[in-house]
Design a protein around this ligand. Structure first.
Ligand SMILES: *Cc1c(COP(=O)(O)O)cnc(C)c1O
Length: 353
């Protein structure tokens, strides 16, 4: 009897729910480039309402949302301040340089959490020598730092001081609803002071496609032009927005389950010889485990797990990443732990021989 695959590679692997598929099949549509798709319009209105903003824009991906925001906020030849492990630097195909002509000014921060003390020395006003700072960018939760969550008072402090320095600030909130669950603060409280926010419908919220930008009317009008430049004008996109609406209304309520499962996994992993992880650092749905003491690379472990129906990717030769989401339940997490234990025991026996 073959058991279902436990896919912990990412929360992007989630499949649309039955309710999403139903909504997609029944969606009213029109040409969204003419702003005539009623379902896209409804999704944008709901997103603006939930984030207490003037306007919102449906974009095909988080990458497009972030890069459209960077384009709107900056000019060629400026710098964008962000954390060293940020998605905009590491996973967006150098678009801040290729498209917006900006240089990333990266800062390494403990657990990916920037503070004003780290940012302030990197801000460069107009000068005869140095590129000028155009934008500050924050990622919450921080993906590559293990789903770490910004304390709300740090966010407020950074936003206030960035504005006092005369600069805009953008939030990569791909997983802002996870941050909201982890801090028990509403997304409005966590995002109010940012000039623009991108969040993903397609990650933990489980929609098949799409992300949102929210901000002022003027910002969203500009971002709409950039979306078109990037080929993101999507015509009868209501079939996608319909799933996005279900995701936006229904999924935040269940994200706490993913966090509980991540914590459960972390505690189980902590007990496995050779695996190094601090369960106290697992704040949302992402785990990074250090595997060097197992005698195997993360890539080898990943391969052996996959052969037994558990998927998790190596993010470096010594680090394995796991992400919990709505398509992995507690039983799936238990199986992942059991299979990993077996893989490592087999390895230790073969070394002993
Ligand atoms: C996934 C993700 C994005 C957007 O990714 P797309 O695959 O382009 O939708 C942006 N920022 C972070 C932190 C992410 O994890």
């Amino acid at each position: 009897m073959s058991e279902p695959i436990v896919d912990l590679r990412s929360d992007t692997v989630t499949r649309p729910t039955a309710a999403m598929r139903r909504a997609m099949a029944e969606a009213e549509v029109g040409d969204d480039v003419y702003r005539e798709d009623p379902t896209v319009n409804r999704l944008q209105e709901r997103a603006a309402e939930i984030f207490n903003r003037e306007a919102a824009l449906f974009v095909p991906s988080g990458t497009m949302g972030n890069q459209a925001a960077i384009k709107v906020h900056t000019h060629h030849g400026q710098e964008v301040i962000c954390e060293e492990r940020s998605h905009i630097v590491n996973f967006e195909m150098a678009m801040m340089s290729a498209f917006s002509g900006c240089l990333p000014r990266t800062i390494r921060a403990e657990d990916g959490i920037l503070t004003w003390d780290l940012i302030a020395p990197q801000i460069h006003p107009r000068s005869d020598h140095r590129p000028r700072t155009g934008l500050v960018e924050i990622e919450n939760t921080s993906n590559l730092a293990g789903g770490s969550v910004y304390p709300p008072e740090i966010l407020n402090d950074i936003c206030e001081r960035t504005h006092a320095a005369g600069l805009p600030i953008h939030l990569d909130g791909a997983r802002i609803f996870n941050a909201s669950v982890a801090t028990r603060k509403s997304v409005v409280e966590l995002t109010r002071q940012f000039d623009s926010v991108m969040f993903c419908l397609s990650k933990g919220l489980g929609a098949p496609v799409g992300s949102m930008l929210v901000g002022s009317k003027a910002f969203i009008e500009d971002a709409r032009l950039v979306r078109k430049m990037l080929g993101g004008g999507m015509r009868q996109a209501g079939v996608l927005a319909a799933a996005g609406l279900v995701a936006l209304e229904e999924s935040p309520k269940r994200l706490h389950i993913d966090h509980e499962n991540a914590r459960f996994l972390a505690e189980g992993l902590h007990e496995i010889p050779g695996i190094n992880i601090d369960p106290a650092k697992v704040q949302s749905n992402i785990l990074f485990l250090e595997v060097s003491a197992t005698g195997l690379t993360s890539f080898e472990i990943s391969k052996r797990l996959a052969a037994r129906g558990v998927l998790a990717n190596g993010s470096s030769p010594t680090t394995l990443r796991m992400v919990t989401h709505c398509d992995v339940d507690r039983a799936g997490c238990e199986r992942a732990l059991k299979v990993l234990r077996e893989v490592l025991e087999t390895q230790q026996k073969s070394v002993a021989v």
